[in-house]
Write a protein that binds this ligand. Structure first.
Ligand code: 4H3
Length: 227
């Protein structure tokens, strides 16, 4: 997969050079290009934003730099082009899985009051939100999309990790423990040290249901998930 990010703040994407995503990029499991929209402005002062028609606070990102940037990175419109916005459909795990099957994604990050509506109308396939709150820009949401999607690409996670996850679909995770056996008076549940993998699986499943019932009952009664 190839993911291209369009942003006025490319340095915000430095975290994607680290950890699991950073390693996956270095190993060529996917390609991530961070493109500065400013490189495509036709304004002699490199301006990319302007005052809103109709008045009001804040600045609006101009259609021209955004349109030229998209045209340059995806001339044949082969990519699924996504604008991160609180108006979009909320990103779900199911959506993450479907995005991971795309060959190419373009993620457009707005800043300030947002992007001129004509750039969205002309160039964007879909708006996505990472949750019902407003952020200063679409950069963090774009990173959320990249991180969550990259986990489903071949060779990014260790073999087994996603299998485990699909067994517990619509359930929250059971608790994890590592050494030592006792820490500040709290001990690791006996069953996890028993070596009995059938019993361990049963215990984990039971805990997952328990935790889901307590924290997110909506996931069990079908209101929030597919259950
Ligand atoms: C996405 C973008 C929240 C989300 C965002 C989300 C700033 C989009 C500006 C930027 C527009 C205002 N906030 N929930 N903010 O995914 O450019 O909407």
């Amino acid at each position: 997969m190839k993911i291209t990010v369009l942003t006025l703040f490319p340095e915000m994407f430095a975290p994607l050079g680290e950890s699991i995503v950073g390693r996956a990029r270095k190993e060529g499991k996917f390609q991530l290009d961070i493109v500065n929209i400013r490189d495509y402005t036709e304004d002699k002062h490199k301006k990319c934003d302007d005052y809103p028609f109709g008045g009001g606070a804040g600045m609006v990102m101009m259609a021209q730099p955004v349109g030229s940037a998209i045209g340059a990175v995806d001339p044949a419109h082969r990519a699924r082009r996504i604008y991160l916005s609180p108006k979009g459909k909320t990103l779900t795990q199911e959506k993450v899985v479907s995005l991971s099957a795309e060959e190419e994604l373009v993620l457009l990050c707005g800043h300030y009051e947002g992007v001129d509506q004509r750039a969205i109308d002309l160039f964007i396939d879909e708006e996505l939100s990472v949750g019902d709150y407003v952020l200063t820009g679409g950069e963090l949401p774009a990173m959320v999309v990249i991180d969550s999607v990259s986990r489903y690409l071949d060779g990014v996670l260790s073999p087994g990790s996603l299998v485990q996850e699909s067994f517990s679909e619509n359930l929250l995770e059971y608790p994890h423990y590592t050494r030592p056996v006792e820490y500040r008076g709290l001990t690791v549940p006996e069953v996890l040290r028993s070596g009995n993998h059938a019993e361990i699986d049963k215990w984990r499943q039971k805990k997952a249901v328990e935790i889901t019932r307590k924290m997110r009952p909506d996931l069990l009664d079908g209101k929030g998930g597919k259950a």
